[in-house]
Write a protein that binds this ligand. Structure first.
Ligand SMILES: NC(=O)c1ccc[n+]([C@@H]2O[C@H](COP(=O)([O-])OP(=O)(O)OC[C@H]3O[C@@H](n4cnc5c(N)ncnc54)[C@H](O)[C@@H]3O)[C@@H](O)[C@H]2O)c1
Length: 339
């Protein structure tokens, strides 16, 4: 495909504007032609900010536009599978926010439609594009720290979402830890075969009424025998807490939080710095731009996408296994989870 790729963004809530701004201002090979949202005021605000010439209400209207080559799907998770199937039938390439669905059956239905249509699909596991995590991956892949034995991810949000968000999101394992499950497999370069999860309600008792946890730890057992943990909390008072450490046979590699500045203040009683970036939009800004840039290049240059639909399915399996494990209070093998 030559020239610029003509995009439509579907969904102008939290993440839609992030992708719209990147397509409009940071990806030279992209042209953002249309934005859709059921709420006209949301679409209008993004259209004005990003100079988008056309605004519509539904994803279907974007798919009916023969001038659109690719869509960026930022509507709620429960709309993804139907829109992917329709987009594939319309011959549009698809960038879909994570996860494709909370249901493995729905994911498989969407992937089958993509396969049948021969269009490209990339899923929004943006953390794979973060420069710190890429360096960690490189250290593991190159053998720089030897054989990885022990793995830790700390991933904590600054504040919890509204309680109304929880149930449709699928809960802490499917909504939040799914990112960390993807990172675990990506950074270690291998799959997990068993998880052992514990969850608690420590931040807001309202989580219990929604049958969700606000605090969770999952132990991972990788196929190589290596083990690791992921710890999530919905509340970290000092900002977005995103750290990784891997211990290998020849050393360790670790990443710390990212900060808006590098200043250290030394006083009479203590030495301190400002708080880390507050949330994902600031912390992962560069990775959001890099993932849509990579997707655009994959389509224009007919190269494989960086995060395939099949790869994106595994973290959902891990999340479902973690949910089962926390309920049954026992380790759960991924082979126990079926579509
Ligand atoms: N990669 C990340 O870090 C990240 C961060 C946030 C959200 N997400 C994912 O992005 C998706 C959207 O999340 P969000 O937080 O932006 O949700 P949101 O609720 O803030 O926004 C969704 C928007 O889609 C609109 N919408 C719903 N159905 C539509 C349809 N059929 N056609 C057009 N518009 C429609 C809604 O009106 C709303 O404005 C979810 O799948 C979520 O998991 C990913």
């Amino acid at each position: 495909m030559s020239g610029r790729l003509r995009f439509g963004v579907i969904g102008a809530g939290r993440i839609g504007p992030v992708h719209a701004e990147n397509l409009a201002f940071r990806v030279p090979q992209a042209e953002l032609a249309v934005i859709a949202d059921l709420r006209p005021e949301a679409a209008q605000a993004v259209a004005a900010r990003c100079n988008i010439p056309r605004m519509v209400s539904t994803g279907e209207e974007v798919l009916a536009d023969p001038g659109i080559d690719a869509i960026v799907l930022c509507s709620p998770t429960d709309t993804h599978a139907d829109l992917i199937v329709a987009a594939a039938k319309a011959g549009k390439h698809i960038f879909c926010e994570k996860p494709i669905s909370l249901s493995l059956k729905e994911i498989d239905r969407a992937l089958a439609a993509v396969e049948a249509a021969g269009v490209k699909l990339q899923v929004g596991f943006n953390r794979r594009f973060d420069s710190n995590f890429l360096r960690v991956r490189q250290a593991v892949a190159s053998g720089e720290i030897g054989t990885p034995n022990l793995f830790h991810i700390v991933s904590r949000d600054p504040f919890p979402p509204p309680l109304s968000y929880l149930r449709p999101s699928g809960g802490i394992f499917l909504d939040m830890m799914v990112h960390d499950f993807d990172m675990a497999c990506f950074l270690m370069g291998e799959e997990v075969e068993e998880v052992y999860a514990a969850g608690a309600v420590m931040v807001d008792p309202g989580f219990a009424a929604e049958e969700d946890f606000d605090t969770a730890v999952v132990m991972l057992r990788f196929k190589s025998g290596a083990i690791g943990t992921v710890d999530n909390s919905r509340k970290s008072t000092f900002g977005y807490d995103q750290r990784v450490e891997i211990l290998g046979s020849k050393g360790k590699i670790a990443t710390e939080n990212r900060y808006p500045n590098q200043v250290v203040v030394s006083g009479e009683k203590c030495v301190y710095s400002d708080l880390p970036f507050n949330f994902f939009m600031q912390r992962y800004t560069d990775s959001f731009a890099a993932e849509v840039q990579a997707f655009t290049e994959s389509v224009l240059e007919d190269k494989p996408v960086a995060v395939t639909g099949t790869e994106s399915r595994l973290p959902v399996v891990m999340a479902l296994a973690a949910g089962k494990s926390s309920q049954e209070r026992r380790p759960v093998r991924l082979s126990e989870i079926h579509a």
